[in-house]
Design a protein around this ligand. Sequence first.
Ligand code: UGA
Length: 445
Amino acid sequence: MSNITVAGTGYVGLVTGVCLAEVGHQVTCVDNNDEKIYLLRQGISPIYEPGLDELIVKNTENGKLDFTTDYQSVYAHSDVIFIGVGTPENEDGSANLNYVFTVAKEIAESVEQDCLVVVKSTVPIGTNDRVEAYIKAHLKHNVKIEVASNPEFLAQGTAVRDTLYASRIVIGTESDEAKQILMDVYEPFKLPILAMNRRSAEMVKYASNDFLALKISFINDIANLCEKVGANIEDVTNGMSYDERIGNRFLNPGIGYGGSCFPKDTKALHWLAEEEGYILRTVKAAIDVNEKQKYALIKKARNDFPTFNEKKVAVLGLTFKPGTDDLREAPSIPNIRLLLNEGARIQAFDPVGIENYKKLFPDQISYKHSIEEALEDAELCFIFTEWPEIKEMDLGLFKEKMKTPYIYDGRNCFSLYEIQNKGVNYHSIGRPSVIEYGVLDEVQA
Ligand code: UGA
Protein backbone atom coordinates (compact mmCIF):
# COMPACT_ATOMS: atom_id res chain seq x y z
CA MET A 1 0.00 0.00 0.00
CA SER A 2 1.26 3.46 -0.84
CA ASN A 3 2.17 6.28 1.45
CA ILE A 4 -0.28 8.94 0.34
CA THR A 5 -0.73 12.62 1.16
CA VAL A 6 -3.83 14.61 0.28
CA ALA A 7 -3.59 18.40 0.10
CA GLY A 8 -6.82 20.17 1.05
CA THR A 9 -9.55 19.00 3.42
CA GLY A 10 -12.61 20.33 1.60
CA TYR A 11 -15.19 18.01 0.02
CA VAL A 12 -12.83 16.63 -2.59
CA GLY A 13 -9.64 16.33 -0.55
CA LEU A 14 -11.12 15.11 2.71
CA VAL A 15 -13.45 12.50 1.23
CA THR A 16 -10.68 11.24 -1.07
CA GLY A 17 -8.22 10.97 1.83
CA VAL A 18 -10.67 9.22 4.12
CA CYS A 19 -11.73 6.71 1.44
CA LEU A 20 -8.13 5.94 0.43
CA ALA A 21 -7.43 5.15 4.10
CA GLU A 22 -10.60 3.07 4.27
CA VAL A 23 -9.33 0.77 1.49
CA GLY A 24 -6.01 0.31 3.27
CA HIS A 25 -3.58 3.07 2.27
CA GLN A 26 -1.55 5.08 4.75
CA VAL A 27 -2.93 8.60 4.34
CA THR A 28 -2.08 12.02 5.72
CA CYS A 29 -4.40 14.92 4.98
CA VAL A 30 -2.83 18.37 4.94
CA ASP A 31 -4.50 21.74 5.29
CA ASN A 32 -3.20 25.19 6.20
CA ASN A 33 -6.28 25.86 8.33
CA ASP A 34 -5.36 25.08 11.97
CA GLU A 35 -8.96 24.99 13.10
CA LYS A 36 -9.98 22.38 10.52
CA ILE A 37 -7.02 20.17 11.37
CA TYR A 38 -7.75 20.55 15.09
CA LEU A 39 -11.36 19.41 14.54
CA LEU A 40 -10.34 16.52 12.29
CA ARG A 41 -7.86 15.26 14.86
CA GLN A 42 -10.78 15.09 17.32
CA GLY A 43 -12.68 13.00 14.77
CA ILE A 44 -14.99 15.85 13.77
CA SER A 45 -15.57 16.62 10.11
CA PRO A 46 -15.60 20.37 9.32
CA ILE A 47 -18.19 19.65 6.61
CA TYR A 48 -21.59 17.99 6.91
CA GLU A 49 -21.37 14.76 4.94
CA PRO A 50 -23.30 11.63 5.90
CA GLY A 51 -21.04 8.76 6.98
CA LEU A 52 -17.83 10.77 6.92
CA ASP A 53 -17.31 11.26 10.68
CA GLU A 54 -17.55 7.53 11.33
CA LEU A 55 -14.88 6.75 8.74
CA ILE A 56 -12.62 9.52 10.06
CA VAL A 57 -12.81 8.11 13.60
CA LYS A 58 -12.39 4.49 12.47
CA ASN A 59 -9.36 5.12 10.26
CA THR A 60 -7.69 7.53 12.68
CA GLU A 61 -8.02 4.96 15.44
CA ASN A 62 -6.57 2.16 13.33
CA GLY A 63 -3.61 4.37 12.41
CA LYS A 64 -4.36 4.61 8.67
CA LEU A 65 -5.32 8.29 8.70
CA ASP A 66 -3.67 11.38 10.08
CA PHE A 67 -4.12 15.14 9.77
CA THR A 68 -1.52 17.90 9.89
CA THR A 69 -0.68 21.46 8.90
CA ASP A 70 3.00 20.56 8.61
CA TYR A 71 3.07 20.02 4.84
CA GLN A 72 6.85 20.10 4.56
CA SER A 73 7.44 16.93 6.57
CA VAL A 74 4.72 14.92 4.83
CA TYR A 75 5.41 16.07 1.27
CA ALA A 76 9.09 15.20 1.80
CA HIS A 77 8.42 11.46 1.99
CA SER A 78 5.21 10.73 0.06
CA ASP A 79 4.87 8.23 -2.80
CA VAL A 80 1.78 9.96 -4.09
CA ILE A 81 0.43 13.45 -3.35
CA PHE A 82 -3.16 14.24 -4.31
CA ILE A 83 -4.08 17.88 -4.81
CA GLY A 84 -7.70 18.35 -3.76
CA VAL A 85 -7.94 22.08 -3.09
CA GLY A 86 -10.66 24.39 -4.38
CA THR A 87 -10.70 26.05 -7.80
CA PRO A 88 -13.25 28.82 -7.29
CA GLU A 89 -14.59 31.06 -9.99
CA ASN A 90 -12.83 34.28 -11.03
CA GLU A 91 -15.00 37.29 -11.76
CA ASP A 92 -14.80 36.63 -15.51
CA GLY A 93 -15.98 33.01 -15.07
CA SER A 94 -12.54 31.42 -15.49
CA ALA A 95 -11.23 28.99 -12.87
CA ASN A 96 -9.02 30.43 -10.15
CA LEU A 97 -5.97 28.20 -9.81
CA ASN A 98 -4.20 30.08 -7.02
CA TYR A 99 -4.69 27.32 -4.44
CA VAL A 100 -3.51 24.63 -6.86
CA PHE A 101 -0.30 26.51 -7.65
CA THR A 102 0.32 27.38 -3.99
CA VAL A 103 0.27 23.66 -3.21
CA ALA A 104 2.42 22.92 -6.30
CA LYS A 105 5.01 25.35 -4.99
CA GLU A 106 4.98 23.83 -1.52
CA ILE A 107 5.37 20.37 -3.03
CA ALA A 108 8.27 21.49 -5.25
CA GLU A 109 10.07 22.98 -2.27
CA SER A 110 9.48 20.00 0.03
CA VAL A 111 9.71 16.68 -1.86
CA GLU A 112 12.83 14.67 -1.12
CA GLN A 113 11.96 11.47 -3.01
CA ASP A 114 10.47 10.55 -6.40
CA CYS A 115 6.77 11.13 -6.29
CA LEU A 116 3.58 11.19 -8.35
CA VAL A 117 1.48 14.33 -7.97
CA VAL A 118 -2.18 13.73 -8.76
CA VAL A 119 -4.50 16.62 -9.52
CA LYS A 120 -8.01 15.84 -8.26
CA SER A 121 -9.25 19.40 -8.20
CA THR A 122 -11.36 20.34 -11.22
CA VAL A 123 -8.95 22.25 -13.44
CA PRO A 124 -9.10 23.63 -16.99
CA ILE A 125 -7.72 21.47 -19.76
CA GLY A 126 -3.95 21.84 -19.93
CA THR A 127 -3.49 22.67 -16.23
CA ASN A 128 -1.78 19.37 -15.43
CA ASP A 129 0.90 20.20 -18.01
CA ARG A 130 1.40 23.59 -16.38
CA VAL A 131 1.51 22.15 -12.85
CA GLU A 132 4.15 19.63 -13.89
CA ALA A 133 6.30 22.26 -15.57
CA TYR A 134 5.90 24.54 -12.55
CA ILE A 135 6.88 21.89 -10.01
CA LYS A 136 9.88 20.79 -12.07
CA ALA A 137 11.06 24.40 -12.36
CA HIS A 138 10.85 24.93 -8.59
CA LEU A 139 12.24 21.62 -7.26
CA LYS A 140 14.72 21.95 -4.40
CA HIS A 141 15.95 18.35 -4.54
CA ASN A 142 17.06 16.16 -7.41
CA VAL A 143 13.99 13.92 -7.58
CA LYS A 144 11.70 12.65 -10.33
CA ILE A 145 8.22 14.15 -10.33
CA GLU A 146 5.32 13.43 -12.60
CA VAL A 147 1.82 14.87 -12.61
CA ALA A 148 -1.34 12.86 -13.33
CA SER A 149 -4.97 13.86 -13.66
CA ASN A 150 -7.62 12.02 -11.65
CA PRO A 151 -10.90 13.97 -11.62
CA GLU A 152 -13.51 13.15 -9.01
CA PHE A 153 -17.21 12.54 -9.58
CA LEU A 154 -18.60 12.69 -6.04
CA ALA A 155 -21.74 14.63 -5.26
CA GLN A 156 -22.30 16.34 -1.92
CA GLY A 157 -24.53 14.43 0.45
CA THR A 158 -23.48 11.10 -1.10
CA ALA A 159 -19.76 11.81 -1.31
CA VAL A 160 -18.54 8.76 0.63
CA ARG A 161 -20.69 6.33 -1.32
CA ASP A 162 -19.83 8.05 -4.63
CA THR A 163 -16.13 7.57 -3.87
CA LEU A 164 -16.12 4.04 -2.48
CA TYR A 165 -18.57 2.79 -5.12
CA ALA A 166 -17.78 5.22 -7.93
CA SER A 167 -19.26 4.64 -11.39
CA ARG A 168 -15.74 4.86 -12.78
CA ILE A 169 -12.23 6.03 -11.98
CA VAL A 170 -10.65 8.21 -14.64
CA ILE A 171 -6.89 8.52 -14.73
CA GLY A 172 -4.96 10.72 -17.12
CA THR A 173 -1.24 10.06 -17.40
CA GLU A 174 1.63 10.65 -19.82
CA SER A 175 3.76 7.62 -18.87
CA ASP A 176 3.21 3.92 -18.18
CA GLU A 177 4.93 4.35 -14.83
CA ALA A 178 2.48 6.99 -13.61
CA LYS A 179 -0.42 4.95 -14.95
CA GLN A 180 0.75 1.87 -13.06
CA ILE A 181 1.12 3.80 -9.78
CA LEU A 182 -2.46 5.06 -10.02
CA MET A 183 -3.76 1.63 -11.07
CA ASP A 184 -2.16 0.24 -7.90
CA VAL A 185 -3.61 3.01 -5.71
CA TYR A 186 -7.10 2.28 -7.03
CA GLU A 187 -6.82 -1.51 -7.26
CA PRO A 188 -8.41 -2.09 -3.80
CA PHE A 189 -11.58 -0.23 -4.89
CA LYS A 190 -12.32 -2.94 -7.49
CA LEU A 191 -13.96 -0.42 -9.81
CA PRO A 192 -13.70 0.20 -13.57
CA ILE A 193 -10.58 2.26 -14.28
CA LEU A 194 -10.45 4.28 -17.49
CA ALA A 195 -6.93 5.30 -18.47
CA MET A 196 -6.27 8.09 -20.98
CA ASN A 197 -4.01 11.07 -21.48
CA ARG A 198 -4.09 14.00 -19.07
CA ARG A 199 -5.99 16.44 -21.26
CA SER A 200 -8.71 13.91 -22.01
CA ALA A 201 -9.11 13.15 -18.29
CA GLU A 202 -9.39 16.87 -17.52
CA MET A 203 -12.04 17.15 -20.24
CA VAL A 204 -14.06 14.15 -18.97
CA LYS A 205 -14.71 16.05 -15.76
CA TYR A 206 -15.96 19.25 -17.40
CA ALA A 207 -17.89 17.46 -20.13
CA SER A 208 -19.67 15.29 -17.52
CA ASN A 209 -20.65 18.17 -15.25
CA ASP A 210 -21.65 20.43 -18.13
CA PHE A 211 -23.74 17.68 -19.69
CA LEU A 212 -25.62 17.18 -16.42
CA ALA A 213 -26.12 20.94 -16.07
CA LEU A 214 -27.40 21.02 -19.65
CA LYS A 215 -29.83 18.23 -18.88
CA ILE A 216 -31.24 20.22 -15.94
CA SER A 217 -31.52 23.46 -17.93
CA PHE A 218 -33.15 21.59 -20.79
CA ILE A 219 -35.82 20.13 -18.54
CA ASN A 220 -36.38 23.49 -16.84
CA ASP A 221 -36.91 25.03 -20.27
CA ILE A 222 -39.41 22.32 -21.18
CA ALA A 223 -41.11 22.67 -17.76
CA ASN A 224 -41.63 26.39 -18.35
CA LEU A 225 -43.21 25.61 -21.70
CA CYS A 226 -45.39 22.90 -20.12
CA GLU A 227 -46.92 25.59 -17.92
CA LYS A 228 -47.82 27.65 -20.96
CA VAL A 229 -49.33 24.83 -23.01
CA GLY A 230 -51.11 23.00 -20.18
CA ALA A 231 -48.86 19.92 -20.01
CA ASN A 232 -47.52 18.36 -16.81
CA ILE A 233 -43.71 18.04 -16.68
CA GLU A 234 -43.93 15.02 -14.37
CA ASP A 235 -45.87 13.04 -16.98
CA VAL A 236 -43.60 14.37 -19.70
CA THR A 237 -40.34 13.28 -18.01
CA ASN A 238 -41.90 9.97 -17.11
CA GLY A 239 -42.87 9.46 -20.73
CA MET A 240 -39.37 10.40 -21.88
CA SER A 241 -37.60 8.22 -19.35
CA TYR A 242 -38.75 4.91 -20.82
CA ASP A 243 -36.36 5.57 -23.67
CA GLU A 244 -33.16 4.14 -22.24
CA ARG A 245 -31.12 6.62 -24.24
CA ILE A 246 -32.69 9.41 -22.17
CA GLY A 247 -33.10 7.74 -18.78
CA ASN A 248 -34.89 9.14 -15.75
CA ARG A 249 -32.11 10.84 -13.79
CA PHE A 250 -31.28 14.53 -13.60
CA LEU A 251 -34.57 15.42 -15.21
CA ASN A 252 -36.10 17.04 -12.13
CA PRO A 253 -37.23 20.57 -12.93
CA GLY A 254 -36.78 23.25 -10.29
CA ILE A 255 -35.38 26.69 -9.60
CA GLY A 256 -32.07 25.88 -11.23
CA TYR A 257 -28.87 24.10 -10.34
CA GLY A 258 -26.62 25.49 -7.60
CA GLY A 259 -23.67 24.23 -5.60
CA SER A 260 -19.95 24.55 -5.97
CA CYS A 261 -19.68 22.61 -9.23
CA PHE A 262 -22.22 23.09 -12.02
CA PRO A 263 -22.37 26.92 -11.96
CA LYS A 264 -18.58 27.16 -11.81
CA ASP A 265 -17.76 24.37 -14.25
CA THR A 266 -20.19 25.51 -16.94
CA LYS A 267 -18.76 29.01 -16.84
CA ALA A 268 -15.15 27.77 -16.74
CA LEU A 269 -15.54 25.56 -19.83
CA HIS A 270 -17.40 28.26 -21.71
CA TRP A 271 -14.66 30.73 -20.83
CA LEU A 272 -11.93 28.29 -21.81
CA ALA A 273 -13.60 27.56 -25.16
CA GLU A 274 -13.83 31.29 -25.88
CA GLU A 275 -10.11 31.60 -25.18
CA GLU A 276 -9.63 28.95 -27.87
CA GLY A 277 -11.80 30.96 -30.26
CA TYR A 278 -14.75 28.58 -29.96
CA ILE A 279 -18.22 29.35 -28.63
CA LEU A 280 -19.83 26.46 -26.70
CA ARG A 281 -23.40 27.39 -27.56
CA THR A 282 -25.08 24.55 -25.70
CA VAL A 283 -23.23 25.27 -22.46
CA LYS A 284 -23.93 28.98 -22.84
CA ALA A 285 -27.64 28.15 -23.17
CA ALA A 286 -27.50 26.03 -20.00
CA ILE A 287 -25.96 28.96 -18.10
CA ASP A 288 -28.51 31.48 -19.40
CA VAL A 289 -31.53 29.27 -18.69
CA ASN A 290 -30.23 28.59 -15.16
CA GLU A 291 -29.72 32.28 -14.40
CA LYS A 292 -33.34 33.01 -15.30
CA GLN A 293 -34.75 29.89 -13.67
CA LYS A 294 -33.58 31.02 -10.21
CA TYR A 295 -36.36 33.61 -10.25
CA ALA A 296 -39.13 31.36 -11.60
CA LEU A 297 -40.93 31.22 -8.24
CA ILE A 298 -40.74 34.92 -7.47
CA LYS A 299 -42.24 35.56 -10.89
CA LYS A 300 -45.20 33.35 -9.99
CA ALA A 301 -45.61 34.96 -6.57
CA ARG A 302 -45.69 38.42 -8.18
CA ASN A 303 -48.99 37.51 -9.81
CA ASP A 304 -50.53 37.18 -6.34
CA PHE A 305 -48.44 39.75 -4.45
CA PRO A 306 -47.47 42.85 -6.45
CA THR A 307 -45.17 43.80 -3.57
CA PHE A 308 -43.55 41.75 -0.80
CA ASN A 309 -43.18 44.80 1.44
CA GLU A 310 -44.13 43.96 5.04
CA LYS A 311 -45.30 40.50 3.95
CA LYS A 312 -44.55 37.69 6.34
CA VAL A 313 -42.80 35.07 4.19
CA ALA A 314 -42.12 31.48 5.22
CA VAL A 315 -39.07 29.89 3.59
CA LEU A 316 -38.60 26.12 3.71
CA GLY A 317 -35.12 24.94 2.65
CA LEU A 318 -32.03 27.10 2.27
CA THR A 319 -29.19 24.85 1.06
CA PHE A 320 -28.48 24.29 -2.65
CA LYS A 321 -29.78 20.73 -2.33
CA PRO A 322 -30.72 18.31 0.47
CA GLY A 323 -28.09 16.35 2.39
CA THR A 324 -25.59 19.20 2.67
CA ASP A 325 -25.07 22.42 4.66
CA ASP A 326 -23.38 24.00 1.66
CA LEU A 327 -24.85 27.28 0.49
CA ARG A 328 -22.61 27.98 -2.45
CA GLU A 329 -24.74 29.25 -5.35
CA ALA A 330 -27.89 28.15 -3.49
CA PRO A 331 -30.87 29.54 -5.43
CA SER A 332 -32.40 30.55 -2.07
CA ILE A 333 -29.80 33.32 -1.70
CA PRO A 334 -30.70 35.63 -4.62
CA ASN A 335 -34.39 35.03 -3.90
CA ILE A 336 -34.09 35.90 -0.22
CA ARG A 337 -31.97 38.92 -1.04
CA LEU A 338 -34.67 40.16 -3.40
CA LEU A 339 -37.41 39.55 -0.84
CA LEU A 340 -35.47 41.35 1.90
CA ASN A 341 -34.68 44.30 -0.36
CA GLU A 342 -38.38 44.66 -0.92
CA GLY A 343 -39.11 44.71 2.79
CA ALA A 344 -40.38 41.15 3.32
CA ARG A 345 -40.21 39.68 6.83
CA ILE A 346 -38.72 36.21 6.43
CA GLN A 347 -39.01 33.26 8.79
CA ALA A 348 -36.87 30.40 7.52
CA PHE A 349 -36.46 26.72 8.28
CA ASP A 350 -33.69 24.37 7.13
CA PRO A 351 -32.62 21.16 8.89
CA VAL A 352 -28.86 21.85 8.68
CA GLY A 353 -28.22 25.07 6.74
CA ILE A 354 -29.18 27.68 9.35
CA GLU A 355 -25.79 28.12 11.03
CA ASN A 356 -24.10 28.80 7.68
CA TYR A 357 -26.97 31.06 6.59
CA LYS A 358 -26.51 33.19 9.70
CA LYS A 359 -23.04 34.05 8.42
CA LEU A 360 -24.64 35.54 5.29
CA PHE A 361 -27.75 37.06 6.87
CA PRO A 362 -27.09 37.43 10.60
CA ASP A 363 -30.04 39.63 11.64
CA GLN A 364 -32.36 40.08 8.68
CA ILE A 365 -34.04 36.66 8.92
CA SER A 366 -35.95 35.04 11.76
CA TYR A 367 -34.55 31.48 11.83
CA LYS A 368 -36.90 28.73 12.95
CA HIS A 369 -36.19 25.20 14.07
CA SER A 370 -39.36 23.61 12.78
CA ILE A 371 -41.61 23.83 9.74
CA GLU A 372 -44.55 24.74 12.01
CA GLU A 373 -42.74 27.78 13.42
CA ALA A 374 -41.66 28.95 9.96
CA LEU A 375 -45.25 28.77 8.66
CA GLU A 376 -46.79 30.52 11.67
CA ASP A 377 -48.92 33.42 10.49
CA ALA A 378 -47.12 33.63 7.12
CA GLU A 379 -48.87 35.10 4.09
CA LEU A 380 -46.88 33.14 1.55
CA CYS A 381 -44.37 30.31 1.58
CA PHE A 382 -41.43 29.52 -0.70
CA ILE A 383 -39.85 26.05 -0.88
CA PHE A 384 -36.28 26.20 -2.14
CA THR A 385 -34.87 22.76 -1.16
CA GLU A 386 -36.48 19.33 -1.25
CA TRP A 387 -35.35 18.09 2.18
CA PRO A 388 -37.08 14.82 3.21
CA GLU A 389 -38.48 16.65 6.26
CA ILE A 390 -40.27 19.02 3.90
CA LYS A 391 -41.41 16.38 1.40
CA GLU A 392 -42.88 14.33 4.21
CA MET A 393 -44.46 17.17 6.18
CA ASP A 394 -48.10 17.19 7.21
CA LEU A 395 -49.71 19.13 4.36
CA GLY A 396 -52.55 20.25 6.62
CA LEU A 397 -50.05 22.58 8.33
CA PHE A 398 -50.14 25.10 5.49
CA LYS A 399 -53.80 25.93 6.04
CA GLU A 400 -53.61 25.47 9.79
CA LYS A 401 -50.56 27.68 10.43
CA MET A 402 -50.44 30.25 7.66
CA LYS A 403 -52.45 33.44 7.56
CA THR A 404 -53.01 32.98 3.81
CA PRO A 405 -51.77 29.65 2.40
CA TYR A 406 -50.05 30.70 -0.85
CA ILE A 407 -47.31 28.17 -1.58
CA TYR A 408 -44.60 28.42 -4.24
CA ASP A 409 -42.71 25.15 -4.48
CA GLY A 410 -39.42 25.38 -6.40
CA ARG A 411 -38.67 21.66 -6.10
CA ASN A 412 -42.01 19.98 -6.78
CA CYS A 413 -41.95 18.41 -3.30
CA PHE A 414 -45.57 17.24 -3.30
CA SER A 415 -47.64 15.39 -5.85
CA LEU A 416 -50.59 17.36 -7.19
CA TYR A 417 -52.81 14.58 -5.94
CA GLU A 418 -51.68 14.86 -2.30
CA ILE A 419 -51.85 18.65 -2.19
CA GLN A 420 -55.45 18.63 -3.38
CA ASN A 421 -58.24 19.32 -0.88
CA LYS A 422 -55.82 20.99 1.51
CA GLY A 423 -57.37 24.41 0.97
CA VAL A 424 -54.19 26.00 -0.36
CA ASN A 425 -53.01 27.81 -3.47
CA TYR A 426 -50.09 25.79 -4.70
CA HIS A 427 -47.75 26.69 -7.56
CA SER A 428 -44.90 24.45 -8.62
CA ILE A 429 -42.61 24.10 -11.63
CA GLY A 430 -43.98 22.80 -14.93
CA ARG A 431 -47.26 21.58 -13.45
CA PRO A 432 -50.74 23.05 -13.28
CA SER A 433 -51.42 25.20 -10.21
CA VAL A 434 -53.85 24.07 -7.51
CA ILE A 435 -56.11 26.98 -6.56
CA GLU A 436 -58.29 26.18 -3.55
CA TYR A 437 -57.69 28.87 -0.95
CA GLY A 438 -60.91 30.85 -0.64
CA VAL A 439 -62.57 28.77 -3.36
CA LEU A 440 -63.06 25.62 -1.27
CA ASP A 441 -64.20 27.66 1.71
CA GLU A 442 -66.89 29.27 -0.41
CA VAL A 443 -68.01 25.91 -1.78
CA GLN A 444 -68.16 24.42 1.73
CA ALA A 445 -70.04 27.47 3.10
C1 UGA B 1 -22.16 17.56 -8.98
C2 UGA B 1 -22.19 16.24 -9.79
O1 UGA B 1 -23.45 15.60 -9.64
C3 UGA B 1 -21.08 15.29 -9.35
O2 UGA B 1 -21.05 14.17 -10.21
C4 UGA B 1 -19.74 16.05 -9.44
O3 UGA B 1 -18.66 15.23 -9.04
C5 UGA B 1 -19.80 17.26 -8.55
O4 UGA B 1 -20.86 18.12 -9.03
C6 UGA B 1 -18.47 17.98 -8.60
O5 UGA B 1 -18.06 18.40 -9.68
O6 UGA B 1 -17.78 18.03 -7.57
P1 UGA B 1 -23.17 18.33 -6.60
O7 UGA B 1 -22.85 19.73 -7.05
O8 UGA B 1 -22.75 17.90 -5.25
O9 UGA B 1 -22.51 17.25 -7.63
O10 UGA B 1 -24.74 18.15 -6.65
P2 UGA B 1 -25.84 17.55 -7.64
O11 UGA B 1 -26.56 16.50 -6.95
O12 UGA B 1 -25.28 17.25 -8.97
O13 UGA B 1 -26.82 18.81 -7.77
C7 UGA B 1 -26.39 20.04 -8.33
C8 UGA B 1 -27.56 20.99 -8.47
O14 UGA B 1 -28.43 20.54 -9.51
C9 UGA B 1 -28.43 21.11 -7.21
O15 UGA B 1 -28.75 22.47 -7.01
C10 UGA B 1 -29.68 20.31 -7.54
O16 UGA B 1 -30.81 20.79 -6.89
C11 UGA B 1 -29.78 20.54 -9.04
N1 UGA B 1 -30.52 19.46 -9.74
C12 UGA B 1 -30.03 18.20 -9.78
C13 UGA B 1 -31.73 19.76 -10.36
O17 UGA B 1 -32.19 20.93 -10.34
N2 UGA B 1 -32.40 18.77 -11.02
C14 UGA B 1 -31.94 17.50 -11.08
O18 UGA B 1 -32.60 16.65 -11.71
C15 UGA B 1 -30.72 17.20 -10.44
